[in-house]
Design a binder for this molecule. Structure first.
Ligand code: PLP
Length: 397
């Protein structure tokens, strides 16, 4: 099918949930995407922080083929070597002790919410079930996770929503303190809001929050679904501040493009998931686990965290110069490794579209923020080419 035919079929057959970009993609190679007509794009989005190793990475393709011939799926009724090997590898990247594998970010956060509630009952014998989140956050689209999400537009029309969720203003520690009471089970929070416009937690706030949670016996659950797996220049964003959350959720980049999520927790908190308490059919199956293990091995071997940090700094220099040149167009530049937000002074659909026409795939979030989440294997030259294209667009827009 050509692009037009694909778009027509899509409009006729699929639910209208997505505001699609005017682009069909039928092949990906490294940092490049190809349309059916053969137009080439530089991918600065990586499937929204998913394809951290780029597209069709030869070593991932090899693992997928080999594992598919050996075993794709049995069930979590069985022990599987691939799953335990991945668990060891993943837990080796942080301070946490146990992991539950699932299939998406929303499912990981849903699992974390269930874990927190049941841990309070079974682990501590306390009736604590409230989950506190902050405004501007995004935690997923299941009923519990959209209730946790601090953006009203995500919730519209889906009520009645589950009870036991409180949202407080972003970055306001006094409001957080005031919201905590003897029903509070956990705080669920992103270190850097992704959908919210690449907005980092202020450092003092993040440290203060961790101390407050420890003092009040509230679980600190960090949603690293977008920031994890090397994206920000360390394997986990919370490691930049040396935080030790009780629970971390991850998905997106974990299995290089195959659907996988995970909830990681301390030994103590894992008491909240006794046998039979939680489960999922596909989570951590042999194929996905083998691929995810390879993803982590490559990230460590090729020091892609260091690469993300270095390339982010390089891009920061280029973008800072553009901000100086176009102060009336660029309001702010936020760079955290290869998680980058360029906040424009006005809605940026025209700039985003012009960049797409020039062959750069990125995302516009919150109307004014150009968001870049490129594969961690992107090159300096590709980032320079993007900066030059953005300069040209801003000069003519
Ligand atoms: C921080 C964060 N949490 C949760 C989610 C939900 O993940 P998924 O779309 O895999 O359900 C996302 C997705 O964008 C996210 O960025």
């Amino acid at each position: 099918m050509n692009s037009e035919e694909i778009q027509k079929c899509d409009a006729a057959a699929l639910c209208r949930t997505y505001a699609r970009y005017p682009l069909a993609v039928n092949r990906g190679q490294g940092t490049r995407l190809f349309s059916p007509e053969g137009k080439v794009y530089t991918d600065l989005l990586a499937g929204i922080a998913v394809c951290n190793l780029g597209h069709s990475h030869p070593e991932l393709v090899e693992v997928i083929c080999a594992q598919a011939k050996k075993l794709i799926h049995v069930s979590n009724l069985f022990y599987q070597e691939e799953q335990v090997e991945l668990a060891k590898k993943l837990l080796g990247t942080c301070h946490l002790d146990r992991v539950f594998f699932c299939n998406s970010g929303a499912e990981a956060n849903e699992g974390a919410i269930k874990l927190a509630r049941r841990y309070m009952r079974e682990g501590r014998g306390q009736e604590r079930y409230e989950i506190i989140t902050v405004t501007g956050s995004f935690h997923g689209r299941t009923l519990a996770t959209l209730t946790a999400t601090g953006q009203d537009k995500i919730k519209t029309g889906f009520g009645p929503l589950p009870e036991g969720f409180v949202t407080v203003p972003f970055g306001d520690l006094d409001a957080m303190k005031a919201a905590m009471n003897d029903r509070t089970a956990a705080v669920l929070i992103e270190m850097i809001q992704g959908e919210g416009g690449v907005k980092p937690l202020p450092e003092d706030y993040a440290r203060g929050l961790a101390a407050l949670c420890a003092e009040r016996g509230v679980l600190l659950m960090i949603d690293e679904i977008q920031t994890g797996v090397g994206r920000t220049g360390k394997f986990w964003a919370h490691q930049h501040l040396g935080l030790r959350p009780d629970v971390v959720t991850v998905a997106k980049g974990l299995a290089g493009g195959l659907p996988m999520g995970a909830v990681m927790c301390t030994e103590e908190v894992s008491k909240g998931f006794p046998p039979g308490s939680h489960g999922t059919t596909f989570g951590g199956n042999a194929l996905i686990s083998a691929v995810a293990k390879k993803v982590i091995e490559i990230i460590e071997r090729d020091d892609l965290c260091g690469r993300a940090a270095r390339l982010g700094e390089h891009l920061r220099g280029r973008l800072a110069a553009l901000r100086e040149k176009f102060p009336e167009r660029i309001a702010d530049v936020r760079v955290h490794g290869l998680m980058v937000g360029i906040e424009l002074t006005s809605p940026g659909a025209d700039v985003w579209k012009a960049l797409l026409e020039k062959g750069f795939v990125l995302n516009l979030t919150q109307d004014t923020v150009l968001r870049l989440l490129p594969p961690l294997v992107i090159t300096e030259e590709e980032l320079d080419a993007f900066a030059a294209a953005l300069e040209a667009v801003l000069a003519t827009a």
